[in-house]
Design a protein around this ligand. Sequence first.
Ligand SMILES: [Zn+2]
Length: 316
Amino acid sequence: MTHHVTTIDCDYAGRPGVAAAYLIQQDDQAIFVETNTSRAVPRLLGALAQRGLGPGDVDHVIVTHAHLDHAGGAGALMAACPGATLWAHPRAAPHLIDPRKLIDSARGVYGEAFDALYGEIVPIDPARVRTPGDGETLAWGRRILTFLHTRGHANHHLCVLDTSSGDIFTGDSFGIVYPALQDRGLFAFPSTSPTGFDAAAATASVDRIVATGARTAWPTHFGPQTQLEGIATQLRRQLEAHGALVEEADAQGLQGEVLRTWCAEEVRALFDAQIHRAGLQDHPGIELLALDIELNAQGIASAVQRRRHKRRQGAG
Ligand SMILES: [Zn+2]
């Protein structure tokens, strides 16, 4: 009667301790939660072999959302695991079945670096894909997994709750908690990256995750976390501050390059304040945050533009 969760370090963009995939084992059956990129698939299969399992033992592959550091390798992993069913949010699944849009938008962001970072993004046969509704369950051996739709980071995001073990796999809905930055106390922050950030929805998702009563959260970035209340407190504060930036930039009518520069400076200031409160200003690993700060700033600018677009549609 084995039940075991393995944290697989996917060495995303050549950096350890940044992005994980999880392998849940129950006796001789397995589930992957998250796939990282196609580049990580050999690592995922290696972790399976280390647990004495093979690709034929994988029943399910679950991705929390369609961002490529979570689901870029889903097609390649599904090709390697012939008996597996893929589970994804109803709004994420179409982009995994036909990944052309994902590829185009990621190429736009990453340009020449795309191939090295992501490799080939493989389409998935729609007959192998399930799109659970909010609260829908998956019976797997002795366990029941529940899918929770958790908007805020992205509108196509779900979490996976295992009530019998007290585990919840939170993707990007319960923040980022890098192991390299925890040696001076807890340091957690939200990802507000483009293009679906919604501060109020993200806060509601944090509250919902805590309210499940789960004992261990498994954010994709990175590894098991047991201080759920402490993480939630830091996330609520930072989500409120990020949300206020969206309001302010919108109210000031900032546009284009001015908007982007303003977001970069303001998000930098939010992080600097949190880094100071945590006593991390001279921490040797602090540069790890540079990319997240940049992505959060881009996400705020994108949320301002989306809000205006919606308003125009409402007016028209
Ligand atoms: Zn994401």
